[in-house]
Design a protein around this ligand. Structure first.
Ligand code: SF4
Ligand code: SF4
Length: 72
């Protein structure tokens, strides 16, 4: 089974403000030693709330681009 795509966290850019933790509707994020960690046992619906509130772009949602093949 394919791994789900999850937000990435760049610890060097994080100011430990906790805003992303507050806005996650699934409580999938928590601060561990001042850096957000995503609990992979909890569903991430990829809503983008964490990305939107982050003042330093330390948490971002990567996107997978899939090209369709023309029908033969
Ligand atoms: S994208 Fe949404 S559900 Fe996923 S970690 Fe961020 S706030 Fe939580
Ligand atoms: S909102 Fe951004 S700066 Fe604040 S804790 Fe989350 S990742 Fe770090």
């Amino acid at each position: 089974m394919e791994e789900p795509v999850r937000p990435i966290i760049i610890a060097e850019l994080c100011t430990s403000c906790g805003a992303c933790v507050e806005v996650c509707p699934h409580h999938a994020l928590s601060l561990v030693a001042g850096v957000p960690v995503l609990d992979t046992s909890i569903e991430c619906e990829y809503c983008g709330n964490c990305e939107e509130v982050c003042p330093t772009e330390a948490i971002r949602r990567p996107f997978l681009v899939v090209f369709s093949q023309p029908a033969a």
